[in-house]
Design a binder for this molecule. Sequence first.
Ligand SMILES: [Zn+2]
Length: 464
Amino acid sequence: MKPATPTTTAIFGSYVLFRRDGVQEVLRDHWVLLEGKRIAAVTRGRPRAERIFDRPGRFVLPGLLNLHNHCFSEAVARTHTEDGNGRRRNRSIVYTVLLPLTRRGIEILSAAERRAIARLGILQLLKGGATTVMEPFRNGMPEMFDAAAEMGIRFYGAPYLFSTADATAGADGVVRYAGDDGQADLAAWNALHARWHGRADGRIRLAMSPHATDTCGPDLLRACAARARELDVTITTHLAQTPEEVSTIRARHDGRSPAEYLDWLGLLAPDLLAAHCIASSDTDLKLMAARGAAVVNCPRVFARSGIVAAFGRFVAHGVRTAIGTDGYNMDLLGELNAASMISKIAAGRPDVATAPELIDAVTANAASIIRRPDLGVLAPGATADLTIVDLSRPALQPLHDPRRGLIALANRADIDQVVVDGETLVMDGRFLGGDEAAITAAGAAAIARIWDLPEARAAFDENA
Ligand SMILES: [Zn+2]
């Protein structure tokens, strides 16, 4: 039997983000030709194709990578924890709210409800312009994978591993754990890897995801690194999220900082993607840069708490830096705008966190961190993932520089078309693979069931 000829699609861009010799370049009035799941050509003349998208004013970018997101746990916190609510003595809500309520939620919800939450999150990610997501989540909701496979996003699932079944923080903010070795979590991770890694034509993959330095002991971290390297998968974790984490690790591990702790265990390396690092010292960041380890910066979730998480600080130390939304507000363009503004305020100067740097952080540089040279670039042979933004709208006109327009003025409302593996998943800003209103209502109803729990009511009590 003759193999089917791949479908061809031609997309016009008034602006097309190209790379020449590793440097960004904006091409004017070019076409991007897709053949099946690959980019076949970037041309000035209009190519022959079965499907043609020919609209002026659009900026065609490689698909954006959102390398840190939580569809479930941040949905639990959403609109409950702003303005300092739920934050006893101003401490992080990670251990007091997010982890315990997510754990309870997984227990009380049905598989259909957990899948509904996953679908609502993925809907937001796609409409926010992401074609790839790195999604760490708590074990017990394998429905994340089902939803990702069904909805078409490129998905790096990162089910957590803990050195305890029940990480909790005391009133002092210190996390305590029973000290088991996490072998049950490693077995669960291995089972998910066997079931899902490489599925949906390689769109679904796993990353190794020890939760954080204060919830994972040395034996588990060493075992995670060994297994990840055996399978050649990225390792992602939370690092230096709070000052309490830093003091906990120093007390537990001979005065080492969290970054030094990971370095001691052999994890600080180019295959590590560490979320946040806001409590990292300059020395820690220099060490991370020297080892080639990467940071994923999520500025808005920290801005919510009055904490500066400046993209520009990591870049200034030479650290490879990606950007993620942490699940708080899954608008990747909005997150880039926040990264720009917060970095400029933190540095007290306007020439840091420039538009090209921020675009690199969610395209080519992010792809290089997860070792996917076929992603994050528009080039013949690359994977056909595209994010297309409509720059013709009133809020984006007049326009001199499309990259500056994208960072300074655009947000998720300007996402016009999202393509993964050559398939258009979002068109005219609407998700094509399902009824948005139904997905939204089902996801919100499932989260409301968690909000009705007595422990949730207590955690979010405005008068406590
Ligand atoms: Zn996180």
